[in-house]
Design a protein around this ligand. Structure first.
Ligand SMILES: *[C@@H]1O[C@H](CO)[C@@H](O)[C@H](O)[C@H]1NC(C)=O
Ligand SMILES: *[C@@H]1O[C@H](CO)[C@@H](O)[C@H](O)[C@H]1NC(C)=O
Ligand SMILES: *[C@@H]1O[C@H](CO)[C@@H](O)[C@H](O)[C@H]1NC(C)=O
Ligand SMILES: *[C@@H]1O[C@H](CO)[C@@H](O)[C@H](O)[C@H]1NC(C)=O
Ligand SMILES: *[C@@H]1O[C@H](CO)[C@@H](O)[C@H](O)[C@H]1NC(C)=O
Ligand SMILES: *[C@@H]1O[C@H](CO)[C@@H](O)[C@H](O)[C@H]1NC(C)=O
Ligand SMILES: *[C@@H]1O[C@H](CO)[C@@H](O)[C@H](O)[C@H]1NC(C)=O
Ligand SMILES: *[C@@H]1O[C@H](CO)[C@@H](O)[C@H](O)[C@H]1NC(C)=O
Ligand SMILES: *[C@@H]1O[C@H](CO)[C@@H](O)[C@H](O)[C@H]1NC(C)=O
Ligand SMILES: *[C@@H]1O[C@H](CO)[C@@H](O)[C@H](O)[C@H]1NC(C)=O
Length: 512
């Protein structure tokens, strides 16, 4: 019941704080509200004006962009989804809109009204200094409060620009073809809805889901999709705080192996409630998540008695960072020696295939149990942000280590949604996997983290083994060891941990 005064326990407390933030709720999602009129949907054109002049589509009068046909990936895909023209997310987003703004230069956004990530200024021609994502444990009390407050605000503020579709494409205009089936949604719940929508089943008929489809997991897009998802939310949070340097913190799940104190009550925190949880019901009714509250957030980990899982270790993290191939055929859960598959958690950390294994990202979701363990609902738990920020930090370390050419991202024969040129579902306006397969710095953020600390050990071994200099070697070794320990202590203070937990429904690791 009681916290012992260690740093780790303090860490756990922070996590719980994050989780205990109470939220009321509303809902909304993926297309711009201005485009969701009957005419807009029938015309399949979403090219809003940038100014008060209706002719200024996509800011064309000031050279920001123009309205063009959507480009889609036409390369073959592999994986278990072999149907064609059944799912309205194929050739995304052309089932809904086939003309959108293409912005020039550093402009972006649905009407070319914003800057690409990493750019700022009236004309988006100034480099924005990278925002720094820090360990949640090193935030100042004021920074932590800002984070908790803005989560709260995001959960209650209707998204200013986007709404969510509440029906599949077929029913999007309602029974009479006169009423677009869209809802307002809060900024945070849009984030939840996007994740749900990317993993939802294909419907073959009422109550006949085809489950072997996933646009954001089990393939190379796992990395790029979650990175973009978090970036979008981070930008919204920057707007809400009015602090353009606001950055989402990360939780180093590999360095905080503390078991949460059993005294902390688990389910039931949050009156506001989760959205997009009733996958089976949507399938039965042939509908989509409409953003209404569907109960409370669940967490298993305060009573991890039934759960024998333990969080990944730094050795696991280092191990996957040694895999030089981004991904390998068939670019799925059975890819071997694939950095992506190891980090996602379907392989052993060293890249060996073992279908019984759950590690790294998947393991953390499983550990947390409850809402976090269900891929369609996981983003309801704000721990999702700090978990995925750390996963992305590992990816960024990998990028800096191997400097991969963009050709290392598969061009074809990845599962649907996972080819390099596929527009990531359900982001709008369209953005491809390739556009996000760049360093964090190019996207305007960085991590205050040091994941690459194997070198000093190597030096020690090398010195210690020279025969002639055994004595000297030992001395140096001792010195290095002391330095190393000091460094580590410092690092532990400066940039370290968050939790340990476990999970279970469509589970992250479930076979399709
Ligand atoms: C689209 O915009 C670019 C740059 O603003 C311009 O050079 C190009 O001519 C435009 N294309 C069309 C078809 O208007
Ligand atoms: C876009 O959709 C409209 C409306 O369905 C259709 O008339 C048009 O041919 C489509 N354009 C392309 C390039 O597919
Ligand atoms: C972004 O702006 C900078 C500075 O004006 C410019 O050098 C760069 O080419 C722009 N990027 C693109 C993609 O146009
Ligand atoms: C659809 O049309 C029917 C018959 O005209 C009408 O009774 C009903 O209210 C309409 N429904 C909607 C959602 O507009
Ligand atoms: C959504 O919110 C906007 C602006 O807040 C409002 O004008 C609109 O009527 C709302 N739409 C729905 C479907 O509630
Ligand atoms: C919204 O979704 C919930 C949960 O599936 C459902 O109970 C409710 O009837 C839906 N509301 C509307 C207006 O369809
Ligand atoms: C995880 O969730 C399952 C199903 O909800 C439950 O049976 C199990 O006890 C939970 N484990 C923990 C450690 O809470
Ligand atoms: C957890 O481990 C204990 C001891 O190894 C074992 O008795 C128990 O059955 C395990 N529980 C689960 C749910 O695997
Ligand atoms: C990987 O899994 C897929 C789907 O289960 C299967 O079709 C394929 O043969 C497997 N590939 C390898 C190399 O094991
Ligand atoms: C990918 O690499 C090719 C060749 O180096 C380059 O032309 C292209 O612009 C790159 N694409 C991106 C998105 O960086």
């Amino acid at each position: 019941m009681s916290f012992t005064g260690s740093a780790k326990m303090r860490g756990m407390l922070l996590i719980f704080l994050v989780v205990f933030v109470t939220w009321p709720h509303v809902a909304d999602a993926q297309f711009p509200r201005v485009c969701c009129t009957v005419e807009g949907i029938l015309s399949k054109q979403c090219c809003p004006s940038f100014s008060s002049d209706p002719a200024d589509l996509c800011g064309t009068l000031s050279g920001r962009g123009n309205c063009t046909d959507v480009r889609v990936d036409t390369k073959p895909w592999s994986g278990p989804y072999r149907l064609r023209n059944v799912d309205d997310r194929e050739r995304w987003p052309t089932k809904f809109f086939n003309r959108t703004c293409r912005c020039s230069g550093n402009f972006s956004g649905y009407n070319c009204g914003e800057c690409k990530f990493g750019w700022t200024g009236q004309n988006c021609d100034q480099r924005k200094p990278p925002v720094v994502r820090k360990n949640i444990h090193v935030l100042t009390p004021a920074e932590l409060q800002e984070f908790l407050d803005v989560l709260d605000l995001a959960k209650t503020t209707i998204h200013p620009d986007y709404v969510i579709a509440t029906q599949h494409w077929m029913g999007l205009l309602g029974p009479n073809g006169t009423q677009p089936q869209v809802n307002n949604v809060s900024i945070y719940d849009l984030f939840v809805w996007q994740h749900y929508y990317s993993v939802r089943d294909t419907l073959l008929g009422p109550g006949r889901p085809f489950k072997a489809i996933d646009f954001s997991h089990k393939g190379p897009a796992f990395i790029t999709w979650h990175r973009y998802h978090l970036l979008r939310l981070e930008r919204e949070l920057q707007r809400l705080t009015g602090n353009e340097n606001f950055a989402v913190p990360y939780w180093n799940f590999a360095t905080d192996q503390t078991t949460p104190p059993s005294s902390v009550p688990s389910p039931g925190f949050h009156d506001g409630g989760v959205v997009c949880n009733s996958l089976d019901q949507y399938n039965q009714l042939v509908t989509l998540c409409n953003g209404t509250s569907e109960g409370v957030l669940m967490r298993g980990f305060p009573e991890s008695t039934n759960n024998n899982l333990s969080l990944p270790t730094m050795n696991d993290v280092r191990s996957c960072l040694n895999l030089k191939d981004f991904d390998s055929p068939p670019y799925f859960t059975n890819s071997t020696f694939s950095f992506r598959n190891a980090l996602e958690g379907y392989d052993r950390p060293n890249g060996e295939l073992d279908s019984s294994v759950t590690n790294l990202h998947n393991l953390v979701h499983s550990f947390l149990n409850g809402t976090s363990a269900l891929s369609h609902a996981a983003a309801n738990d704000p721990i999702f942000l700090v978990l995925h920020a750390f996963t992305d930090a590992i990816f960024d370390e990998w990028m800096r280590r191997f400097v991969p050419p963009n050709s290392s991202f598969p061009d074809e024969m990845a599962p649907i949604g996972h080819n390099k040129d596929y527009n990531m579902v359900p982001f709008f306006p369209p953005v491809t996997n390739e556009e996000i397969y760049v360093t964090a710095e190019q996207l305007g953020y960085s991590y205050a983290i040091e994941l690459d600390d194997t070198n000093s050990t190597a030096v020690v071994v090398l010195l210690g083994s020279t025969l002639g200099g055994v004595f000297l070697g030992l001395l140096v070794l001792l010195l290095l060891l002391v330095l190393y320990i000091q460094q580590r202590r410092k690092r532990d203070r400066d940039f370290e941990p968050l939790i340990k937990a476990e999970f279970t429904t469509k589970k992250y690791t479930e076979e399709a």
